[in-house]
Design a protein around this ligand. Structure first.
Ligand code: 3PG
Length: 306
């Protein structure tokens, strides 16, 4: 019997936790739960004896790895694994996995919720604009990008995408117009939806140079990571051009500046909300539980990221 910890500062919906518990207990293991913790100390105490853990954006750093003496596998229930110290995991032979695709539709739907809220002037009663016939640029055409493209077509938008890792024939087959350079994407599209991961290459890569290329009525939607934005240059660009709207599924570090200078042209969710639906919690949480059970039963390492 293995001890499997679900450590979620931002908890899953109850129905997802019930599903995870069933998978874990049916396989003869024990589920432990640490939700809404407020300090690293609580997490360090909870991991001390466990064999496996499921996390969301929870930070699994060197301290956590050191404290988790029996840990064999950590699964990030979600797509982005920038919260896991992969080097620390590898050094202790801990397998790290994610659950790609499981929460993508939820994130894509939120992107449209943000877009409509933004272009209808935060529902302030004044005339806004519409999505139909506008160009949307999908910056990185992975799982979330795919769903954004599908929904955008339903809104009657023209869909462009830039992703050097995806073959343009696949995009064309899915009704997307592939572009060769990131500059072309920003030049062509009033709406840009970000889906790049936060890596050493992408951090701060969304800068003034790119944003200045966007046509009039530009809307930047960020359901990816705040780290990919060059936040100082975003402030500069929004100061230079009064048409630019920024909608983000996480707060900027420059909240006070936005409140003072850009009222009505931005919105930030108070907590990362993209994957916060029952469906996404069930899909990602239960996939994580299945991956762990399967890893202990058969050694299956599909979805390993380290
Ligand atoms: C992801 O990378 O899967 C999303 O950002 C969701 O993150 P969350 O599970 O912390 O909501």
């Amino acid at each position: 019997m293995k001890k499997i910890l679900v450590a979620t500062e931002k908890p899953f919906a109850k129905v997802a936790v019930d599903g995870i518990r069933k998978i874990v207990e049916d396989a003869g293991h024990k589920l432990e739960l640490l939700e809404k913790y407020t300090s690293e100390a609580e997490l360090l105490a909870a991991v001390a004896e466990v064999d496996a853990m499921i996390v969301r954006s929870d930070i699994v750093n060197q301290n956590v790895v050191n404290a988790a003496k029996n840990l064999k596998i950590v699964v990030r229930a979600g797509a982005g694994f920038d919260n896991l110290d992969l080097k620390a995991c590898s050094e202790k032979n801990i397998v790290a996995m994610n659950t790609p695709g499981q929460n993508s539709n939820a994130v894509a739907e939120l992107a449209f919720g943000l877009m409509i809220y933004g272009i209808r002037k935060l529902f302030n009663g004044k005339s806004g604009t519409e999505l139909r016939d506008k160009n949307i640029g999908i910056h990185a055409y992975g799982n979330v990008g795919y769903y954004v493209a599908q929904i955008a077509k339903g809104f009657g938008m023209k869909v462009y995408a830039f992703d050097p890792y995806v073959c343009s024939e696949k995009m064309k087959a899915e009704g997307i117009i592939p572009v060769e350079t990131v500059e072309e994407l920003y030049k062509t599209c009033e709406f840009i939806s970000l889906h790049i991961p936060a890596t050493e290459q992408t951090k701060k890569s969304i800068n003034k140079k790119l944003l200045s290329l966007m046509p009039k009525g530009a809307v930047l939607v960020n359901t990816a990571r705040k780290e990919v934005i060059n936040e100082e240059e975003l402030v500069e660009t929004m100061s230079d051009r009064s048409d630019l709207i920024y909608l983000s599924d996480m707060e900027t570090s420059n909240k006070a500046v936005f409140a003072e200078k850009f009222a009505g042209r931005y919105f930030f969710t108070p907590k990362k909300m993209g994957a916060q639906t029952s469906e996404a919690n069930i899909n990602a949480g239960m996939a994580a539980a299945r991956q762990i059970v399967d890893f202990f039963a058969t050694g299956n390492e599909t979805f390993r990221v380290n």
